[in-house]
Design a protein around this ligand. Structure first.
Ligand SMILES: *Cc1c(COP(=O)(O)O)cnc(C)c1O
Length: 352
């Protein structure tokens, strides 16, 4: 026996590369190409720096209240965490405790199986159909809980509120988590279902649509009972997760609805242009409701394109995994960034 036999072994989540060179084009981790709302800068500049001496509010109460206000729910229905990864990890720990397998799609956010393995939660993958849609009937089997993103990642495909409700309705004996990291780019939120289902948890983030990935702010919305259970586990783990500057910055972001609408609309407009351009260049893709497109070329393998783009300092995402190895996930950047991407692709495809 050595000390290493007593170590918990984990296979970590692999995040997209974060190189920072001037002139590079970074379309690989679905960040927002625009800065946060102007009020965020002001809030950080006006920060009471002497307050940093004190522990922050454990509930991020001011931020939870601002979110409750914005979404028309009660503050007891909001749980704030350090990015939605933190919120989701706490949710796995809290709600998937039955010993029965939880269910999620075979092609989805690759953190789900990492948390399941870390926490010893059994899981079963449900294959998406040929068009990358969820088959609701797969989620009617006995299970220990359900989680899926809507829109899904890395496909960008959104399910209707009807489909989401069918899954929630059939699973009222477990917790159903809808991960809405990309919902602000045109999909339907499951939020209205909170009035009907006590077992539904809707998780969102400031990382994609609010341009604040570096601040680490995520949140969950659900029934007061569900949120209460989540808080009990969080307060058994680490009470002071979200720092005071992040709480202040988050409040400022939520209060600027006009800027939020402007940025998300701009990204949707650029996405529309990008779809036309990709199509012209011989790419196919499922219709995306997210801030990225999941594209495959009729002729050139995705791995080859990925390497060529990377050499040109244009970063996109590629996975050597079953079903998706022929696809690239390309984040929607600014119009200028997309123009450079398409100029490179036009040139590459005409000479290869
Ligand atoms: C980006 C992402 C998250 C995590 O975002 P945070 O930065 O931790 O808030 C969660 N789920 C999905 C599907 C994502 O794409």
């Amino acid at each position: 026996m050595t000390w290493e036999d007593n170590v918990r072994r984990a296979v970590p989540y692999v995040a997209g590369e974060q190189p920072q060179r001037s002139g590079m084009i970074k379309l690989n981790t679905n960040e927002c190409p625009y800065p946060p709302a102007p009020g965020v800068k002001a809030a950080l500049q006006e920060l009471d720096w002497e307050a940093l001496r004190l522990y922050p509010n454990t509930d991020a109460a001011e931020l939870a209240e601002a979110l409750a206000d914005y979404y028309g729910i009660a503050p007891e229905q909001v749980f704030v965490g350090v990015g939605s990864d933190d919120v989701l990890a706490m949710s796995f720990l809290t709600f998937f405790h039955s010993g029965r397998p939880i269910l999620f799609p075979d092609v989805t956010y690759s953190f789900y199986d990492v948390w399941a393995n870390l926490f010893g939660i059994p899981y079963k993958l449900c294959a998406l159909d040929e068009e990358w849609h969820i088959r609701p009937e797969d989620y009617m089997a006995v299970n220990g809980g359900v989680i899926f993103p809507n829109p899904n990642a890395p496909t960008g495909v959104a399910e209707s509120l009807d489909t989401v409700e069918r899954i929630v309705r059939a699973n009222q004996d477990v917790v159903v988590i809808v991960d809405e990291a990309y919902v602000d780019f045109g999909a339907e939120s499951a939020l209205p279902l909170l009035k009907k289902y006590e077992n539904l948890l809707v998780v969102q983030t400031f990382s994609k649509s609010r341009g604040m990935a570096g601040m680490r702010i995520g949140f969950a919305m659900g029934s007061p009972k569900l949120i209460g259970y989540l808080k009990n586990v969080k307060f058994s783990f680490n009470s002071y997760t979200m720092n005071y500057p992040s709480q202040k910055a988050g409040v400022a972001a939520v209060k600027d609805e006009a800027y939020f609408r402007l940025v998300t609309q701009k990204i949707m407009d650029t996405r529309k242009r990008a779809k036309e351009e990709f199509r012209r260049l011989g790419f196919a893709f499922p219709d995306s409701m997210a801030n990225f497109l999941f594209v495959t070329h009729e002729r050139i393998p995705a791995g080859e394109l990925f390497a060529a783009l990377r050499k040109a300092d244009i970063y996109v995402r590629h996975w050597d995994k079953p079903r998706i190895s022929d696809y690239l996930r390309v984040t929607i950047g600014t119009d200028a960034e997309m123009d450079r991407l398409f100029a490179f692709l036009r040139d590459y495809l005409s000479s290869n």
